[in-house]
Ligand binder design. Structure first.
Ligand code: MSP
Length: 519
């Protein structure tokens, strides 16, 4: 089986409900996955949950539940959230599942046998909030630690450490030789800057059971569980292994899962979509872990920025949050999907304002796209009983240019740019209505032919738009197809070719796509 385009999100901590930041990452990844499928690629999209570690153990405790019960309850909310966002993920990983845990243990055994770990007693500082060891170098000039670390305590503890240090120069060389490995460029420079200016510390991969029991037991020492990040990163290969991916199985010869007849070919991942805050884990620790396992590196780590609301950090405690489910219930999932991708390019930080959301809804969705489709189809219904006659190509060059530009942008994961490109066609077609004035043509018996031409161009443009929009707003795209009386789904980019409309077959019923909300 040929290799699929394999794309992942970070796996979300299951210590609360999904928020705007999680939703954004999931939607961006889904748009890329759908776009690649539309362009003809076989795609495997993985998302899921990070269920171990101290954060989850503490959240479960605060809720008076055992960690597993707590995770099981929340996992069903998170899975429901994937459906609410209309994600097309092919699998959903939970790090407490047997298929994942057994694979992590197989990897740990292999690396242990290969001498990649050693045991030592650490004497230093520890941030419980970030579950991380700190050194003198982490102190700020005034001697304190960054407040993001929360309370920092002195700690003396024996643990297992993974040899990272030895690979520092190799990683610098790799990132320099592979400019697309970390994107955008400024994130790549950040990683290179970090690697060139700091000596890498080895990574502590265990936590003593006495202090934390919610984790995967180390297969070679029953007194320890696995550090949550070592466990979590491995999800990107444990799931391919569970699907029998041979490229991953080579790293774990003793691992028994997977059947060859249904085996998928996934690894290496084509894109890991992550937020900027977890870049070091993905661009430093993960490549070195893979190298030690003898596996190829992912092709790209694509880091997006962080959302704020009204210019302030989102936080449950201050109530400054955006609840994606509430927005979707009020405005529809496509309005939400559209806004987050149109508003924020993949890379910089973004700012949610309710006013900004409403303004894009009104201007771009209701007055732009919605109005175009509704007036085009309503005129066809009124003047021609919903039937286009002969093909006419007046807007064909505009549609072809937008389809070509959009394709190039999609292939480059420039989703915001792709929407801007598609809106050139929306605006061009609305302008065409104003210029050709079909409502005047309809009153003039000598303009019958011209009206036919104009109506064909408008209706066909709506059809092409449905195909272009499908990765972003699939429900709306499907509604446009249905209103055009077309069977099937607008999910193949090749259908952007001009002339796909069925001449002589009546369209369906026009209905507003984005109802105006005047409140
Ligand atoms: N569990 C780890 C990831 C392990 S991946 C092997 C984790 N989980 S998280 O729930 O805290 O974050 C999941 C993703 O959501 C991360 O990529 C993170 O950057 C993203 N976001 C969390 N808050 C965000 C915003 N406010 N804005 C945009 N994305 C943000 O980290």
């Amino acid at each position: 089986m040929s290799k699929a385009f394999y794309i992942t999100t970070a796996i979300n901590y299951v210590n609360g409900q999904p928020h705007l930041g999680h939703a954004y990452e999931e939607i961006v990844t889904d748009v890329i996955a759908r776009a690649r499928r539309s362009l003809g690629q076989d795609v495997f999209f993985l998302t899921g949950l990070d269920e171990h570690g101290q954060k989850v153990q503490q959240a479960a405790q605060a809720d008076g539940k055992s960690p597993q019960v707590y995770c099981d309850e929340l996992a069903s909310d998170w899975e429901a959230f994937t459906r609410k966002l209309e994600l097309t993920n092919n699998d959903f990983v939970r790090t407490t599942s047997a298929r994942h845990k057994e694979f992590v243990q197989a990897i740990l055994s292999k690396l242990h046998a290969a001498g990649e770990f050693y045991q030592k007693t650490y004497d230093g500082f520890y941030s419980a909030r970030e579950e991380t060891f700190l050194t003198e170098k982490d102190r700020r000039p005034d001697g304190t630690f960054d407040p993001t670390y929360g309370e920092v305590v002195k700690l003396q503890e024996s643990n297992y450490w993974f040899k990272l240090k030895a690979h520092q120069q190799w990683l610098i060389d790799y990132i320099e030789a592979n400019p697309s490995f970390v994107q955008p460029d400024y994130r790549r420079n950040e990683v290179l800057g970090f690697l060139k200016n700091n000596e890498l510390e080895d990574l502590c991969i265990s936590r003593p059971l006495a202090r934390l029991n919610w984790g995967i037991p180390l297969p070679f020492d029953k007194d320890y569980v696995t550090y949550v990040w070592f466990d979590a990163l491995v999800n990107y290969i444990s799931i391919p292994a569970a699907h029998g991916d041979k490229n991953v199985m080579t790293a774990t010869p003793n691992f028994g899962r997977g059947t060859s007849d249904s085996a998928l070919n996934l690894w290496p991942a084509d894109i890991h979509v992550i937020g900027k805050d977890i870049l070091k884990f993905h661009a430093v620790y993960w490549p070195i872990m893979l190298k030690a396992m003898g596996l190829t590196l992912p092709k790209q780590i694509l880091a997006h920025g962080w959302w704020q609301k009204d210019g302030e950090k989102m936080s449950k405690s201050t109530g400054n949050i955006v609840d994606p489910v509430a927005v979707i219930n009020e405005w529809g999932v496509d309005a939400f999907r559209f806004y987050v991708v149109r508003e924020l390019d993949i890379g910089p930080d973004g700012n949610w304002t309710d006013a900004g959301f409403k303004s894009r809804y009104q201007a771009e969705l209701a007055n732009g796209l919605g109005n175009l489709v509704n007036r085009s189809l309503s005129m066809l219904k009124r003047y021609r009983n919903g039937v286009v006659t002969a093909r006419h190509d007046e807007l064909a060059p505009d549609a072809a240019k937008v389809a070509a530009d959009t394709r190039a942008l999609l292939e480059n994961n420039e989703l915001q740019g792709a929407l801007q490109s598609i809106w050139h066609l929306v605006n061009r077609a609305n302008q065409y209505v104003d210029q050709t004035k079909p409502f005047s043509l309809a009153k003039d018996p000598t303009q019958t032919r011209r009206l036919d031409e104009v109506l064909y161009n408008l209706t066909e443009t709506c059809r092409v738009l449905a195909v272009l929009l499908w990765p972003f707003i699939p429900g709306t795209a499907t509604k446009i197809y249905a209103q055009l009386g077309l069977s099937g789904s607008p999910d193949k980019y090749s259908a952007t070719t001009w002339g796909g409309l069925n001449v002589a077959r009546p369209i369906g019923e026009p209905a507003p796509l984005f109802p105006r909300k005047d409140a």
